[in-house]
Ligand binder design. Structure first.
Ligand SMILES: *Cc1c(COP(=O)(O)O)cnc(C)c1O
Length: 232
């Protein structure tokens, strides 16, 4: 064994240990909240990490991943998918309409449907490609002017527009609370809105607050640095 391969296996151990730890914390939070562990999907956010960093996480059984950029996903995931066709890849970053075609090829879930133009572009591409993705509407729960997403008061009309005008089924909601706020009220609002809109899925919670999100009903948590380590 060369020293190099020993170094590599040590860092692989680190990422797998952190993955197992995150899974255990999700399961504990779910059980504490009287939920089943299967009711929470861990989306491992691999943005900025290279394929070599993702391989040990795949080997440890993780199959659901999140990326925030179409170009980065295109560079990394087609090769990884050849070995693991059962991967589910989530787009968790903003989408531009000129990238909708590529996004529909690459991703299984788009969590960031955030305006009518994007909904229409994705609907057209899904029809053209004969591919059905799960779509989540991003809700700007903090009503931050610089942040993407539909304002809470406009969500019902937007979901109805997708359904009635575009024939687009929306599977769920997603939010990114303002960094300076306590996340719990935002998570509670998203859960309440999903219930009112009859949507079964909602994606909320990141490395610093995923247990809180699970306790408030998250069906999907998006965890990056707690698994892969701090981004450079
Ligand atoms: C990067 C990112 C995450 C993961 O963040 P961590 O703090 O590393 O867990 C989750 N959701 C979105 C939308 C992101 O861009």
């Amino acid at each position: 064994m060369s020293r190099d391969s020993a170094t590599v296996s040590t860092s692989e151990d680190g990422v797998v240990k952190r993955l197992i730890d995150v899974r255990a914390r999700i399961n504990a939070a779910a059980l504490d909240a009287g939920r089943s562990v299967e009711s929470v999907t861990l989306v491992a956010v691999s943005k900025t990490y290279e394929a070599a960093d993702i391989v040990p996480v795949l080997a440890a059984g993780q199959r659901v991943f999140g990326e925030n950029r179409v170009q980065e996903a295109k560079a990394k995931w087609p090769a990884l998918r050849e070995h693991h066709p059962d991967i589910s890849l989530h787009l968790i970053g903003p989408l531009q309409s000129n990238k909708a075609g590529e996004a529909v090829v690459l991703f299984d879930v788009i969590e960031t449907i955030d305006r009518p133009k994007i909904a229409a572009a994705v609907a057209a591409e899904m029809a053209k490609q004969g591919r059905m993705l799960d779509l989540f509407v991003q809700i700007n729960t903090g009503e931050e002017p610089q942040k993407a997403g539909i304002a809470p008061k406009d969500a019902a009309a937007f979901v109805a527009y997708c359904r009635d005008e575009l024939r687009l089924a929306i599977a769920g909601l997603m939010c990114i609370p303002p960094v300076e706020d306590m996340p719990a009220p935002h998570f509670a609002l998203l859960a309440k809105m999903a219930g009112e809109l009859g949507l079964a899925k909602f994606s909320m919670g990141m490395s610093s607050d995923f247990e809180c999100a699970v306790s408030l009903g998250a069906t999907h948590v998006r965890v990056g640095s707690a698994i892969f380590g701090a981004r450079g």
